[in-house]
Structures are given as C-alpha cells and as structure tokens.
Design a protein around this ligand. Structure first.
Ligand code: 5BU
Length: 264
C-alpha cells in the first residue's frame, strides 16, 4: 500500500517533510507504534531494539536515563535504529527560552546530531521552536518538534484552554511536527484532533492494551481507540518492554494501531 492511500487527508495536508517520512515508515511496517525505550543500560536497549524493531515505526528515548551512556555506543545504537527503518525521538521536554533550548540540543548528549524529533513545552513562548530548529540547522540536519498540548498523567496542569493556545501557535509553525495528546482518553484525543485539523501529527502516550491506572499517576487507554480518535502514533513503553515477550507485544500493538488507521 502507498502511504498517500493509507494516510489520505493527513498525507495531503502535511506541511513537514519529516511527517511524510514518518507516514512512509509506518506504512512500510504496518505499524503506528513508537516504542518508549525506557531502559537503563545500553545492553538492555540493544536487546529490546533487536526484539521489537521490525514491529515499530519510531524509537523514543530518554537519553538521560541510561546509567552507562557513552557517545560511541549511543552512535552504534542510533545507527542500528536507522538500519531498522526507525525515526529517533528524544522525549526531552525542552521548556527553557529559545537560546538556551538551542544550546541544550548540544552539550554532552548532543541531541541535535542524532534526533529526528524532540518534545517541547510551549510554556516559555513560541521561540523555543525556532531555537530547537536552529540547533538542527547547525548540525545540517532536519528535525521536527512535538509540542505538549496534553499529557497522560493525572492532575497535569495542561487544561483545555492551554491546549487551545498551544495548538493555535503550533499548527501554523513550520518547525512543528505535531502535538502530544493524552492517549489515555479517546475523548481528549478527539477534542485535540478537532483543534489541530489535518495538517499536523498527534502522537499519544498513555496507551496500553491493559487500560486503566498505571504507576505513579500514569493512565492508560486502548491503542485502537486512540488511533480511531485521531492519534497518528501510539507511544508504548511498559506495554512492550514490560511484557514477558516484547516481540509479540510489539506485534500486537502494531496490529491494533494499523487496524485503527485502516478503519479510520
Ligand atoms: P509507559 O511505560 O507506556 O507508561 O511509558 C510512557 C512513556 O511516554 C514514558 O517514556 C513517558 O516519559 C512518556 N510520556 C507519557 O507517558 N505521558 C506524557 O504525557 C508524555 C510522555 Br508528554
């Protein structure tokens, strides 16, 4: 199947090349799954990637969680992810002013050199997106920013009015790849999609085949429901890496997400 057929309006309306790249990868792999690779050693990360790589379309990292992180091994890890046809997404949740966020793309982790996507809060204003884009430009690379319009955790402060403000600013910004939405609640995703329109991605954490409450305030909704409500990518961590059989779990999430896209 061609990505343009699978994604229809989203394909037509997308403004960022990276969004089309994602839609192509997802179509090749019949998966709208982004793995939240929340592991604490490089060996565990490599093992997880080998097991689930074929069933996922993107790899979400928290580079600062890893006890034995070093640039050499990280470079090999990213190269392996690219060879497995994955986008690399550092969930850094940048929030500072534009010039500092730009510099935080460098430093010891040098995120600008290997990330295709990063998350940011818009709390400091729209210049954060320009700062992050300037960092990728310095590295002669392209990237996309996912703005946090909603969160999955209970009691978060991103109320509907805040969500609307983020979407209004982000939907017209060429550096914005899309928005993070609350995958634990299909109605929230639907509401977010109505605000966003067709032109930007919505990616949703807080997704698990076992719905309900998770650890420390996390909440979970169903992957198929999230896609039906307008999510373009389900971000799944413990549902995959916490399973006894991560490869089989990843395949199950891929199937649920792809079914959602086909029916949507
Ligand atoms: P889980 O194991 O599927 O609960 O992991 C969820 C991941 O998504 C984890 O890496 C979080 O940092 C990330 N996340 C989230 O859970 N909720 C949010 O609102 C945002 C990110 Br933004």
């Amino acid at each position: 199947m061609e990505a343009s057929d699978a994604w229809n309006k989203r394909w037509e309306a997308s403004t960022l090349p990276m969004a089309r790249t994602f839609m192509e990868v997802a179509t090749r792999k019949k998966s709208l799954v982004c793995l939240a690779a929340d592991k604490y050693t490089m060996a565990e990360l490599f093992e997880l990637l080998e097991a689930v790589g074929p069933s996922i379309a993107a790899l979400k990292t928290h580079v600062d969680l890893i006890d034995d992180w070093n640039m050499e091994e990280w470079g090999r890890f990213c190269a392996r992810a690219q060879a497995m046809d994955l986008l690399i997404f550092e969930d850094r949740k940048f929030a500072d002013i534009g010039k500092i966020s730009r510099k935080q793309m460098g430093g010891i982790y040098n995120i600008k050199e290997w990330s295709d996507l990063v998350t940011a809060h818009l709390i400091s204003g729209p210049d954060i997106v320009d700062g992050l884009q300037a960092a990728w430009a310095e590295a002669s690379r392209e990237g996309g920013v996912l703005l946090l319009a909603q969160m999955s955790s209970r009691g978060n402060l991103l109320n509907p009015e805040y969500t609307s403000t983020v979407v209004e600013a982000g939907r017209v910004h060429p550096g914005v790849f899309g928005f993070i939405g609350n995958g634990s609640n299909a109605d929230s995703v639907r509401e977010l999609r109505s605000k966003v329109g067709e032109g930007k991605m919505i990616w949703t954490p807080g997704v698990n085949l076992a719905t309900g409450d998770g650890e420390m305030g996390q909440r979970y909704g169903d992957p198929y429901e999230a896609v039906m409500a307008g999510s373009d990518c389900i971000i799944v961590g413990s549902g995959i890496h916490g399973s006894d059989d991560p490869a089989a779990a990843a395949a199950a999430y891929a199937e649920a997400s792809w079914k959602g896209l086909m029916e949507r």
